[in-house]
Ligand binder design. Structure first.
Ligand code: BMA
Length: 332
């Protein structure tokens, strides 16, 4: 009897899709110029001179988070870390930041000639999505909370669609923790909310709770999304990363979704830390070849690590392992 083993995906290894950098973890609390508890979940971007900027979530020794910039010529080592916090919560001007700001995702927006940072602002009402614009990661124009609690895991798309800005985010609703997209004429007023992709149910690795990882990657095939799935187990949550592809001009249309995760906690620094068994990417940079990708992720809510891959290989993997909506309802 020939068991359809290919369909079980045992032979389609994801091992080489994203390779951990030998220098991992690339940033830890020991590297910090001031006393902190942990550093993780960093947004990433390339600056005009080709160097890499990470906007890191730093948790202080009260348990509250702020953001701090680290710059490096090669994106791997030689980090130049701001000597004091780059963006502190401002609970007086922005009460939604009372308990800190977390998990930034950076999008360079050519039309505005600025970087847009979507981050979690945390206060009594729960986590919400806030937005700030900057040209230099030194001064910031805050837009305040743009998605009210409970909402997080957000990134702005770098272009308008039919004149409207688009924001991917993850509201918690009675329907569950699914990925949504919303539109705005001015970055302040948001509507036309639509579900992009739902969490699966039951025993799946991405059951019940999913969220955007890095901002989606623009490719010739569509918007390539890395997303995290959270599996609840008897010994806690397992945070892993999967892949899906969406239409560039109609991002609520899901073209392909992989069944299995492509990256999960395996290394010691991912298994052990303040929160065990977490890989949580918030940023990526693309090499000048247009294909090699650096994915920066928080490991175990304690440090920052780097995994490298190829956009072409990620798309190939989705072609071979992803399902379309015609095959089965992949996103609902
Ligand atoms: C999520 C977010 C992340 C965190 C992860 C694991 O809900 O709060 O900031 O890394 O949980 O603790």
């Amino acid at each position: 009897m020939s068991l359809a083993i290919d369909s079980v995906h045992y032979i389609d290894s994801t091992d080489s899709l994203l390779r951990r950098h030998p220098a991992n973890p690339i940033l830890t609390s020991k590297d910090w110029p001031y006393r902190i508890n942990s550093v993780f979940n960093a947004g990433a971007t390339l600056l005009a001179d080709g160097s890499t900027l990470l906007l890191c979530r730093v948790e202080d020794r009260r348990g509250l988070s702020h953001l701090c910039a680290a710059r490096s010529v090669n994106g791997v080592d030689g980090w130049n870390i701001d000597p004091s916090p780059t963006l502190m919560p401002d609970p007086i001007g922005y009460p939604e930041e009372l308990w800190g700001i977390e998990d930034p995702r950076i999008t360079y927006v050519p039309e505005l000639e600025q970087y847009a940072i979507a981050y979690t602002s945390y206060a009594k009402g729960g986590p919400g999505v806030s937005l700030a614009l900057t040209k230099d990661f030194r001064t910031f124009e805050r837009y305040g909370v743009i998605m009210s609690p409970d909402d997080k895991d957000a990134a702005l798309l770098p272009y308008r669609i039919d004149g409207l800005w688009a924001l991917i985010h993850r509201p918690m609703t009675t329907l569950g923790a699914h990925i949504w997209i919303s539109y705005s004429p001015d970055l302040r007023h948001w509507g036309s909310h639509r579900v992009m992709m739902e969490a699966r149910k039951g025993a799946w690795w991405d059951a019940n709770k999913i969220g955007l990882s890095c901002p989606p990657i623009e490719t010739s095939r569509g918007l390539l999304m890395l997303y995290h799935g959270v599996k609840q187990t008897a010994s806690g949550c397992l945070y892993r990363v999967g892949l899906a592809l969406f239409d560039i001009q109609k991002p609520e249309v899901c073209l392909l979704r992989g069944d299995s995760w492509i990256f999960g906690p395996e290394a010691d620094y991912e298994h052990g830390g303040d929160v065990h068994d977490v890989v949580f990417p918030c940023g990526y940079t693309l090499h000048p070849d247009g294909d090699t990708i650096n994915i920066y992720y928080g490991a175990a809510d304690s440090c920052i690590a780097l995994a490298q891959g190829s956009v072409r290989s990620l798309l190939n993997w989705l072609d071979n392992n992803g399902k379309t909506n015609e095959e089965e309802p992949i996103c609902r």
